[in-house]
Ligand binder design. Structure first.
Ligand code: PLP
Ligand code: MN
Length: 388
């Protein structure tokens, strides 16, 4: 039987009764993170278009929009479709879409969103991609347009043309294609987000800003206005926001944070984003040397490291070690430390928030704190597994 949220948790239930393993959101902390981001963006006069690859939920996307977010970013056409079905109508796919069947879906979605007064955007980095997109739009039977961002590779070494001259013919080709609107530059440096040192991030983004600005100037010298430079993530947003070049921030993880972001040196000017996403787990076995809990790497992603054990009494620490798909091993490293007892509930902060959410059908939203709060909402992960 496929798990339903009712089996695990019901609205109004006390937090200690949520069955495990469960993905739980501290709604008070999430709301504070949204407010911090909204205040930060307002202060720096940049737009924020949070990346929904994190939460994959229309409900959360709309919550962020009500707080001032421009819309959402997604990586996948299927994510865009799932969020559009849930009422989100301003969506940018920050990624390349090349297959014709997918491009037909993009064209259909662009028409749907335009009919609702919304918009769709997509990134390109090759003339063939532009031509394919133009062909799909021409065949769509609608006169709706689509925003097209030319992606430049500002150092991540993933998609994008090199900054500079290579972007100019692409921008011009977009501007000459009927139904394609040249919307600016996509300039995201993913690895920079996770650099441990604050100086490393600052220096890396200084080069990103120079590359993006130079590219923008070349396109404008060719006679085409560049309406927007967009990119950035949770690790570096203070730098893009202060750059005067970036007009939009795509950060996503700030909403939940994770153990990987917590390990890195904090940016002094960064809003004080706090952890809001936890895996609740229960101790199911206790040995002399360790305890075992019921959350393994089918409950949380481990690509950026193992979870940390949160919300312990001040005099206690526990180390989580990988116990396989379904189990976690808990060690109390200090000689006088105690292991948790059988049945004890623990809270894990996942190493990487985005792929962790994708492992769950629902987020259990708790109000009033994780010690004594209650379940306020059960939030569907609408685009779970939406990979195409
Ligand atoms: N923009 C793009 C293109 C991304 O791929 C990502 C995340 O991988 C982000 C923005 C958001 O970054 P973060 O979740 O670290 O804030
Ligand atoms: Mn991530």
């Amino acid at each position: 039987m496929k798990p339903t949220p009712e089996l695990q948790s019901t609205v109004g239930q006390r937090v200690d009764l949520i069955d495990t393993p469960a993905l739980v959101v501290d709604l008070d902390a999430m709301d504070r993170n949204i407010q911090r981001m909204a205040d930060f963006a307002r202060k720096h006069q940049v737009r924020w278009r949070p990346h929904a690859k994190l939460h994959k939920s229309a409900e959360i996307a709309l919550l962020q929009q009500r707080a001032g977010a421009q819309g959402v970013c997604v990586q996948k056409v299927a994510e865009a479709e799932a969020l559009a079905a849930g009422g989100v109508d301003d969506i940018t796919i920050t990624n390349q879409v090349i297959a014709m069947p997918k491009l037909h879906r993009v064209a259909r979605l662009a028409a749907q969103l335009a009919a609702r007064g919304g918009r769709l955007g997509v990134a390109v980095d090759h003339i063939d991609g532009i031509e394919r997109l133009a062909e799909a739009m021409a065949q769509s039977g609608s006169d709706a347009g689509i925003d097209v961002l030319v992606e430049i590779d500002v150092g991540q070494g993933r998609c994008g043309v090199p900054p500079g001259e290579a972007a100019v013919p692409l921008a011009l080709a977009v501007s000459r294609s009927p139904r394609l609107r040249f919307a600016g530059l996509q300039a995201y440096h993913g690895r920079a987000q996770h650099l441990a040192s604050s100086v490393g991030r600052r220096e890396t983004i200084a080069a990103v800003v120079r590359a993006a600005d130079h590219t923008r100037q070349l396109i404008e010298a060719a006679g085409l206005h560049v309406p927007l430079v967009t990119g950035s993530g949770t690790g570096t947003l203070v730098h893009e926001a202060a750059s005067g070049v970036f007009g939009e921030l795509q950060a996503g993880s700030f909403l939940f944070m994770d153990a990987d972001y917590a390990r890195n040196e904090r940016e002094p000017a960064q809003p004080a984003f706090e952890h809001a996403l936890y895996v609740k787990t229960q101790v199911v076995s206790v040995r002399d040397t360790h305890a075992v809990c019921d959350a393994g790497h089918k409950s949380h992603a481990i690509d950026s490291g193992l979870p940390t054990v949160a919300l312990l009494p001040a005099d206690r620490t526990l180390r989580y070690a990988n116990g396989g798909d379904e189990h976690g091993l808990l060690y109390a490293d200090a000689p006088d430390a105690r292991l948790p007892s059988l049945g004890h509930m623990l809270w894990l902060i996942p190493g990487h928030c985005d792929p962790t959410v994708n492992l769950h059908d629902f987020l259990i939203g708790v109000r009033g704190g994780l010690a004594t709060g209650t379940v306020e909402r059960i939030i569907r992960v609408d685009a779970r597994g939406a990979l195409s």
